[in-house]
Design a protein around this ligand. Structure first.
Ligand SMILES: [Zn+2]
Length: 68
């Protein structure tokens, strides 16, 4: 499994494995169903926490740029 450097929000571990790529999540809000854009899913190798990122996300040891 490919590993990327990042920080788990739960245990602060910087190791995670890719659990899925181009994953779309579906759900329902009020009367409407929705489908997310494709996501990359990372799973923390220490605590198992799942993290979701859009496909534009870059996983490096550097601070992510503020792109709001
Ligand atoms: Zn964790």
């Amino acid at each position: 499994m490919e590993q990327k450097a990042l920080s788990c929000p739960v245990c602060q571990s910087n190791k995670a494995e890719i659990a899925g790529e181009n994953v779309k999540l579906s759900g329902r809000f009020e009367d409407k169903e929705f489908l997310t854009t494709p996501l990359t899913v990372l799973r923390c190798t220490r605590c198992g926490y799942y993290m979701f990122f859009d496909n534009m996300a870059q996983f490096t040891t550097k601070e992510p740029s503020d792109e709001s």
